[in-house]
Every structure is written in structure tokens, then in C-alpha cells.
Design a protein around this ligand. Structure first.
Ligand code: SF4
Length: 346
């Protein structure tokens, strides 16, 4: 086996060699250095020797060295496990926190139509009948929407936090996409190294540098189960409608009306009329409770993301090992063993 070396003290950065030889590359100063260990396969030796001879400063040398191939391969095999060390995002990047809970409650409030406030008309004969009408309206038009509002909280949480970590998206900053990119880079390096050690061109399927593991079944099933869970969660964690009746307020106005008497003479009479309205500031408490009911259920907190990431890591580890197994077998080396379950085992 041949190894290419550079004496960087002699190199004058003329750039003649790096253009012609893949085993060399220029650093930021223009001087060249070898790529990896500088191992040159037998098929490349003649070409590289030519380049070495053309160096005007005799800075390049090609020497024949004994390389313990099986030691190199087993070294490479253990190096192949390193990319499987995953560093998942910190939990505060995807946890549904107390701050989120308050922010989502505020957003629900801002986005609400508060249709019952349209009833602010002086139609009721007493304060208590206006109050009862307001409570009914609150129950029918606001409280009954608790489940839909909780859905909105979850959508906000997923869009702003959870999906960036748990869902696959081809965009920088997306965790799963980042894992793909890192593994692809490592895989290319291993193919180059194996080809150098064995001197063989490895034939690879066209999709070899593509990783298919994206979202797992775990996250894909989440959408289907969330509605059942929500109904139960709201029941368990939301206080009854009457707990929020303090947001219903009554108001009063008066006017003089003409009343005809039995004897035909008209009289002015002072009449009071009552209305109800929903106090926005007090209503905020209800939105906070919806957000809290969602948060309390815990299904959308860090535990969920952690399970999804575990499932993703497990799936992508198998995909990675499958590719490594293919590479090793192509070079005539024993591949990676599978367990009774048909999974690759390190
Ligand atoms: S040909 Fe020689 S001097 Fe020129 S860049 Fe390469 S090593 Fe350096």
C-alpha cells in the first residue's frame, strides 16, 4: 500500500498538485495537505507518482508501506459506530412550559370573537334575569368551545415548538434533518476510506446516500388519538362553567315611559332595564384554564417528544447499520450481525 506525504515547509503553494489529485487539498494559505491518511489505492499509484514528480519543490513523496488491512478495517468498523452518538435538543426547546401556557392563553383570548358581547342590549326586566341569560350564553357560546380551544392550544404548541424537534422538515435547524446531513457526510467519508484500504471501487445503489427514516409511526399516530384524549382531558382538568360566571356582568339603564291610565290621562313612569355583558379581563381566567387543562394532560409535553426522538434514533440507527453492513460486505468483510428480531446489533 502507498502513502502520500507533504513536506509543508517546502511547499510554495503553487497549486499545481491539488487540482489533479483528490488525495490533496489546499488549506486557506494555499499550501496543500493530504486528505485523511493519504492512502493511495493501487489503481491510483501511477497517476499520483506523476504528480509527485512534477512538484517544483520536491515537497511530495510517495512511499510504499505495510498496512495491516484487517487492523485498519476493524478500526474503521469501530469508527462507524461514532456517528450513532446523538445529541438531541435540550428539553426547553420542545417542552410545553408554564410560560407557553400563559402565552397561548393570551393568544386564545386575543383571537376570540366574544360573540356574546353582542347581547349588550337593555332587554331584561331584572338584574337576575340578565345575569341568568348571560350565564346561559357563556355556557353555550364560550364554555362549550373548550375542546376546540384546547385543540388550538395544541396547534400553537406544535407549530411553535414541538414540530421543530419531533417532525422532519428539510430546513436548517430541524433536528431530524440535521441528523440526516451528519450521517450522509460520515457515510461518504467511510466509503472513501474503505475504497482506499481495499483498493476497490465499491458499487453503490443510486439511493445509498439517502436516509429514509423521517417521522416515525409514533408521531404519525398522534393526530388520530388526540381528539379522544382531549375530550377526557377537558372533563378531568377544566373547572365547571359556573366557576367562571363571575365574568358575566349586568348593567342597568332607566327611562321614562308614558303610561295610559284607566281614566284616559297619560302619566310618565320611570322604568329600569337590565343587560348583561362579558367582562374581558375576567374571561381571561377561562382561557388560562383551557391552556392549563391541555398542559396538565401532559401528553404534549417533553415526554412525548422524548418518545418520538427515541423511536427516530432507533429507526435511523438500523438504517445506518444496514448501509454499513452493505459497505462491509461489498468489500469482502464480515457484515454486522442481526439479532433474533432481525435487527442489526452492534
Ligand atoms: S506542487 Fe509542490 S509546491 Fe506546488 S502546491 Fe503542490 S506540494 Fe506545494
Amino acid at each position: 500500500m502507498y502513502k502520500l506525504k507533504v513536506n509543508r515547509d517546502k511547499c510554495i503553494a503553487c497549486g499545481m498538485c491539488a487540482l489533479e489529485c483528490n488525495a490533496l487539498h489546499e488549506d486557506s494559505t494555499g499550501k496543500v495537505e493530504v486528505v485523511g491518511e493519504g492512502i493511495i489505492s493501487d489503481s491510483q499509484v501511477a497517476k499520483v507518482r506523476n504528480i509527485v514528480e512534477l512538484c517544483p519543490e520536491n515537497a511530495l513523496s510517495l512511499t510504499e508501506e505495510f498496512v495491516d488491512m484487517s487492523a485498519k478495517i476493524s478500526e474503521l468498523k469501530s469508527k462507524m459506530k461514532t456517528p450513532l452518538k446523538f445529541t438531541p435538543p435540550a428539553t426547553d426547546e420542545y417542552e410545553f412550559s408554564m410560560d407557553d401556557r400563559d402565552r397561548y392563553a393570551e393568544d386564545l383570548y386575543r383571537g376570540s370573537s366574544l360573540s356574546v358581547s353582542d347581547e349588550y342590549e337593555f332587554d331584561y326586566k331584572s338584574s337576575s334575569s340578565a345575569q341568568s341569560a348571560g350565564e346561559r350564553a357563556f355556557r353555550d357560546e364560550i364554555y362549550s368551545q373548550a375542546e376546540a380551544l384546547a385543540q388550538q392550544v395544541i396547534v400553537m404548541y406544535e407549530q411553535r415548538k414541538m414540530n421543530r424537534v419531533a417532525r422532519y422538515a428539510e430546513t436548517s435547524g430541524n433536528y431530524k434533518y440535521g441528523v440526516h446531513q451528519r450521517l450522509i457526510k460520515n457515510l461518504r467519508g467511510f466509503v472513501n476510506e474503505l475504497e482506499s484500504y481495499t483498493g476497490k471501487k465499491i458499487s453503490l445503489p443510486s439511493d445509498f446516500f439517502t436516509f429514509r427514516t423521517r417521522d416515525t409511526e409514533y408521531i404519525n399516530n398522534r393526530q388520530e388519538t388526540s381528539n379522544d384524549w382531549l375530550a377526557d382531558s377537558i372533563k378531568n382538568h377544566l373547572e365547571s362553567a359556573s366557576e367562571f360566571y363571575s365574568c358575566v356582568k349586568t348593567d342597568k339603564t332607566s327611562e321614562y315611559v308614558t303610561v295610559s291610565s284607566w281614566f284616559g290621562s297619560d302619566k310618565e313612569k320611570l322604568v329600569y332595564k337590565y343587560a348583561y355583558y362579558i367582562d374581558g379581563d375576567k374571561l381571561k381566567r377561562f382561557y388560562r384554564h383551557v391552556a392549563r387543562a391541555t398542559w396538565k394532560a401532559g401528553k404534549y409535553t417533553k415526554k412525548f417528544c422524548e418518545r418520538e426522538l427515541d423511536a427516530f434514533h432507533k429507526a435511523i440507527e438500523q438504517e445506518w447499520l444496514g448501509k454499513i453492513d452493505y459497505l462491509l460486505r461489498q468489500t469482502g468483510v464480515e457484515g454486522i450481525k442481526k439479532n433474533w428480531n432481525g435487527e442489526y446489533q452492534l
